[in-house]
Write a protein that binds this ligand. Sequence first.
Ligand SMILES: CC(C)(COP(=O)(O)OP(=O)(O)OC[C@H]1O[C@@H](n2cnc3c(N)ncnc32)[C@H](O)[C@@H]1OP(=O)(O)O)[C@@H](O)C(=O)NCCC(=O)NCCS
Length: 173
Amino acid sequence: MSIPIPRPGQKYKEVTLKDGRKAILRAPEWRDLDGLLEFIGELVDERVEIVRNTKPSRGEEAEWLGRRLVAIENGSLVALVAEINGKIVASSEVEKRIRFPEMAHVGGLGIGILKNSRGAGLGAAIMESLLQLAKEIGLKVVILDMFATNTVARRLYEKVGFVEVGKIPKAIH
Ligand SMILES: CC(C)(COP(=O)(O)OP(=O)(O)OC[C@H]1O[C@@H](n2cnc3c(N)ncnc32)[C@H](O)[C@@H]1OP(=O)(O)O)[C@@H](O)C(=O)NCCC(=O)NCCS
């Protein structure tokens, strides 16, 4: 059975976390600009093991979000944010590598969750949803990059079926 891809702002599902809080998983939309700016700012301040370590300006974030909304409309990206009591606590996506038609079946995945919403099953729920949606946009292979030292992320990825294919020394400064 095919699952409808959530358009910008549309709800995908509600999940109950292990601590009883309810999170709404939905596609991002334009009015999320400030919420997403605050979200990435908190991850950067915490120095989590993601590639970005500087805060984007509002303009940069607007460009980033605008490109994502266009890609959702084009069917080359599935994105989910998680909202708890109106605050964005997670952002995630899988994007098709559309530069070459021969690689349009391959997608790159990214996910981040704010500190106070980790360890309660949200990551697993988002990954499960994203991977289902990735199939719906025609992806056969999903890849991701991670810091080799990020053991929590590794456990989550392995739990949903990812396997390591290699390490790239000094890939990130
Ligand atoms: C990595 C991340 C997405 C995981 O999401 P999460 O909501 O915390 O994960 P979950 O609660 O769904 O847990 C999934 C699995 O991860 C592992 N895990 C979660 N928290 C853990 C912890 N504190 N220590 C060790 N393992 C942990 C467990 O194996 C867990 O499965 P289990 O509950 O069945 O044992 C989240 O911690 C995060 O956003 N971290 C900061 C940003 C980041 O590192 N992003 C990934 C970059 S590649």
